[in-house]
Write a protein that binds this ligand. Structure first.
Ligand code: MP5
Length: 208
């Protein structure tokens, strides 16, 4: 039987919940998140997205041509997103140039790099899980107060949800053509992403 993204979610509800429901997001929703916590997340997430952009570029090199449209669309959105992060940092007088990746961010970036050269099905599964984690994480709490609604919208908007569904389809198709061994490894990739996402929220939350 072929593993699908949906089955991964059904098999590991607890790991996925921890990746997408966190006090950091709950306190954004309540408007009680501390500036230091939010700014820590903003700076570290920018540094993460820089490395994530490189990862998506590598995924493209492993992808079949039929998947190019979606991945190239993702890369184009990342161009805008990186500029948007710089704007948000400037509004808050944060300086990315001085910033260092915290250990948790570094671990996640190292993991992104480790996907390099893995079978496409595993890279496609990781790409879907990483994007879906933010889509769900920012969407589930519902409308947030300013200034957090802008962030919730970025990843929670219906267009982003559609993009994530296309990523799931592509991962499912790649998994369907993979051996049982690769499918088993995809489960591990999913669990790794879930843990790294949970740790990333906690890293920002700890800054308070
Ligand atoms: C994403 C992100 C989503 N920005 N940060 C983490 C820790 N996980 C996932 O990626 P993108 O490129 O912002 O959609």
């Amino acid at each position: 039987m072929t593993l699908t993204c949906e089955e991964l979610l059904q098999k590991h509800p607890q790991a996925w919940k921890e990746a997408t429901v966190h006090s950091f997001l709950e306190q954004c929703k309540l408007g009680t998140i501390k500036e230091e916590q939010f700014n820590t997340w903003l700076v570290q997430d920018y540094l993460f997205v820089v490395e994530f952009t490189r990862m998506v570029a590598r995924v493209l090199t492993a992808a079949p041509v039929r998947d190019f449209d979606v991945i190239l669309g993702g890369l184009s959105a990342l161009k805008d997103e990186l500029n948007w992060f710089r704007e948000k940092a400037a509004e808050r007088n944060l300086d990315f140039l001085d910033a260092h990746r915290q250990e948790t961010c570094m671990e996640y970036c190292t993991y992104l790099y480790s996907l390099n050269g893995m079978p496409y099905a595993l890279q496609a599964t990781a790409l879907w899980a990483i994007e879906y984690a933010y889509n769900q994480g920012w969407q589930l709490p519902g409308e947030m107060p300013a200034p957090y609604q802008e962030f919730a919208q970025r990843w929670g908007n219906p267009g982003f949800t559609e993009y994530v569904k296309l990523l799931a389809k592509q991962a499912d198709m790649a998994l369907e053509m993979s051996s049982e061994n690769i499918q088993h490894q995809a489960e591990q990739v999913f669990l790794n992403v879930a843990r790294l996402e949970k740790d990333f929220w906690q890293m920002a939350f700890n800054a308070g």
